[in-house]
Design a protein around this ligand. Structure first.
Ligand code: NI
Length: 213
């Protein structure tokens, strides 16, 4: 067969080299990967949960009064969920302001919708901190926190990305990277559609009213 000095491949001509086979497998993998990604994106943008695992699900958290609050407490109303944290320097306060303004624009229909802010930084965002924070945006804004495990669970259900980002050596020297999406939930507790969080109050109001009766 081959000796260490024999560099010439000794396979019969016409057989594709092993490298090509791996390449082909790689391409097939890539093809299906893209296909899956496409299906995921279509599902995401269409807001349909008929394909793949559904967005949302049951959760058990704590409200700003320190009392248990679950997904069942939102039944009977539409809800808009937003995940963020109170120390957020820009995106969270901007989004919560826009959401509050969007609900104002809806007029009487706003009564159908409950805005909910869920922290992804439960270590700092205690019920007391959350209470102070949500009151600054709207008396109707529900603030929810929980244990690391409870927050991790609800974030997974809604496919929320979040991760601490160190800014120094102290225990509080961190910010949180996080995805920014508004989730519209129906009165039955089922996910209806994602709403663009950066679209501005007018657009958020328009997107919301399309789904309201
Ligand atoms: Ni934020």
């Amino acid at each position: 067969m081959s000796t260490p000095t024999d560099r010439k491949p000794s396979r019969p001509s016409g057989t594709p080299p092993e490298g090509n086979g791996k390449f082909l497998l790689g391409m097939i993998g890539l093809f299906f990967g893209v296909l899956l990604l496409g299906a995921g994106a279509t599902m995401w943008l269409g807001g349909s949960s008929s394909m793949g695992p559904a967005i949302g699900g049951p959760f058990a958290l704590t409200d700003t009064g320190g009392k248990p609050f679950t997904d069942k407490d939102l039944r009977g109303s539409y809800a808009v969920l937003y995940f963020g944290y109170t120390f957020c320097p820009d995106v969270c306060p901007t989004t919560l302001n826009q959401l509050a303004e969007a609900l104002d624009r809806l007029g009487p229909k706003a009564k159908l919708v409950r805005p909910v802010f869920i922290t992804i930084d439960p270590r700092r965002d205690t019920p007391g901190v959350m209470k102070q924070y949500v009151q600054a945006f709207s008396p109707d804004l529900i603030g929810l926190t929980g244990t690391e495990a409870q927050i991790g669970s609800v974030a997974r259900e809604f496919r929320v990305y979040y991760a601490p980002h160190r800014t120094g050596d102290g225990p509080n020297d961190y910010t949180m990277d996080h995805s920014s999406v508004l989730y519209l939930i129906g009165p039955d507790g089922k996910f209806i559609a994602p709403l663009r969080a950066d679209a501005g109050a007018e657009q958020i109001a328009a997107d919301l009213s399309r789904h309201l009766p």
